[in-house]
Design a protein around this ligand. Structure first.
Ligand code: GLY
Length: 423
């Protein structure tokens, strides 16, 4: 089978690596891909939002399976366009990807179906939001309704910060049209956990848990990023918590989407907060997490193509989803200055050290192949992932491997997985 992966980040590299292990994959394409993906797939210079070109390419190459990795094309309806052209595609249709595409939608869904989450109000006008802020207690969370590269969430400790936040999101449009609508949410205290799950419209099967590190600097300081590193599994995600979530969150979400006539097929990413009152949904995403995929997929024992096809065909109940009983840690190597200002175009040295390794992986994100070799081409450059028999070993291995690679302005957090010591 020929497979086309849509996207260009570390997540898509991790997906491509899993697909490459499947005996069902004869040929892998990735649009647009990156330098690392180019070592296992043929990268095609078509952007993830160029739907007509992607569909034409898939038809011309007789692609047997398209996997859409990124949020923008999912929310924009790429799966619908592929399906109209008769091409089998993994990912939610537009009417289901709204679970990630609109925070107001997802909050309303949770409220309607009794899925545990923080209290909230939604506003279309800044003056209404500002009036509401006068009446509530802080801290609170402001969320731009639409997609904002993971950056449209502001935690505000007091009224002054919240007023500035409303201005930034709704008036100055710092996150573009994502800020046309605003969700004001109660702040929840606790530990964050990411749980990704395969869904076939009816059945949901969760993958092993993970924890992301969203802030740019050590000790969770600095601006929010796409994610600076992950570990998996989360030692805080106990069997008891899982039982609760399976019953009151995961299946309830799938059932709610089906009841709304928005059958969800693909991956649901549950961003959870483990609060003193129990687990609560912080956010949904309609895709694999990045860099969660980089610590979850390398530990999955199943043939990924079989699982994705089972989701498309509505027979996920037949799949026995299995993960290795070990651990993995991913440390993101970024360009100094990310996520604000950073330079690109620096040669990357040491990548060959990962060749032939089966417990160390270097997932490319912002890289490009040039006449000077592979150079930096983005804020998040690489995701160095290592496995270990337990989390501490995986963390030591990941930080050791992070030293194998060098480029000018290389920056990483030094406390990925620090929470493991508190478990
Ligand atoms: N790591 C968070 C995300 O993928 O949105």
């Amino acid at each position: 089978m020929k497979v086309l992966i849509v996207g260009s980040g570390g997540r898509e590299h991790a997906i491509a690596q899993s697909v490459a292990k499947s005996p069902k994959a004869d040929k892998i394409y990735c649009a647009p891909g990156n330098a690392g993906i180019g070592q296992i797939a043929e990268c095609v210079p078509i952007g993830a939002m160029e739907f007509d070109k992607l569909v034409a390419f898939a038809k011309e190459k007789e692609i047997g399976l398209v996997i859409v990795g990124m949020d923008d094309p999912l929310v924009g309806g790429l799966v619908d366009e592929m399906e109209k052209a008769g091409i089998r595609t993994f990912g939610p249709r537009k009417n289901a990807a709204i679970l990630e595409g609109s925070k107001a939608f997802s909050k309303d869904l949770m409220k309607r179906y009794g899925i545990p989450t923080a209290g909230y109000e939604t506003f279309d006008q800044p003056q209404d939001a500002l009036a509401y802020l006068e009446m509530i207690e802080f801290p609170i969370v402001l969320k731009a309704d639409g997609l904002a590269l993971g950056k449209g969430v502001l935690i505000c400790d007091n009224l002054e910060q919240a007023r500035e936040g409303v201005k930034a999101i709704m008036q100055d449009k710092q996150f573009g049209s994502a800020g046309n609508r605003l969700v004001v949410e109660q702040f929840m205290k606790g530990r964050e956990v990411s749980v990704l799950a395969f869904v076939d419209g009816r059945t949901i099967k969760t993958m092993t848990s993970a924890q992301d590190h969203k802030r740019a600097y050590d000790d969770d300081l600095g601006p929010n990023t796409g994610g600076m590193g992950t570990f998996s599994p989360s030692p805080f995600y106990t069997k008891e918590i899982d039982d609760f979530c399976q019953k009151y969150i995961y299946q309830a979400t799938v059932n709610a989407m089906a009841a709304e006539g928005r059958e969800f097929k693909g991956v649901i990413f549950f961003g959870l907060m483990l609060t003193e009152f129990g687990p609560r949904v912080l956010e949904y995403n309609a895709r694999f997490g990045d860099p969660e995929a980089q610590v979850v997929l390398p530990r999955m024992k199943n043939d990924i193509i079989e699982v994705l096809e089972a989701c498309i065909d509505g027979r996920l109940d037949e799949v026995d989803l299995q993960f290795e009983e070990n651990a993995a840690v991913c440390v993101v190597l970024a360009s100094e200055g990310y996520p604000v200002n950073y330079e690109k175009g620096f040669p990357i040295k040491g990548l060959e050290k990962f060749d032939g390794q089966d417990s160390y992986f270097c997932f490319h994100a912002g890289t490009v192949k040039t006449d000077q070799g592979i150079v930096t081409n983005g804020g998040r450059v690489l995701g160095v992932t290592a496995k270990g028999s337990d989390l501490k070993e995986a963390r030591a291995n990941a930080y050791e491997a992070a030293q194998w690679v060098s480029f000018e302005n290389k920056y990483m957090r030094h406390d990925i997985g620090k929470a493991i010591d508190e478990a």
